[in-house]
Design a protein. Structure first.
Length: 64
């Protein structure tokens, strides 16, 4: 079994984690889902930034 730790969180945060999780999820799986979602958001923001910074290098599909 994987090594586990104890983290201190506020009761309000715990309750919010419960609300995010699905039936049968433990806190670890809820936090993993949040990390995945965070990483997706970071990737989208990176892509948007690249398009904005290099807009002149992209070709409109309708112009092909």
């Amino acid at each position: 079994m994987a090594e586990t730790t104890t983290i201190q969180i506020k009761k309000q945060t715990r309750d919010q984690l419960r609300a995010i999780g699905a039936m049968g999820d433990d806190y670890n799986s809820v936090i993993e889902k949040l990390i995945i979602e965070h990483n997706r958001n970071e990737l989208v923001e990176y892509g948007e930034r690249i398009v904005k910074e290099h807009k002149d290098k992209f070709v409109n599909v309708n112009e092909l």
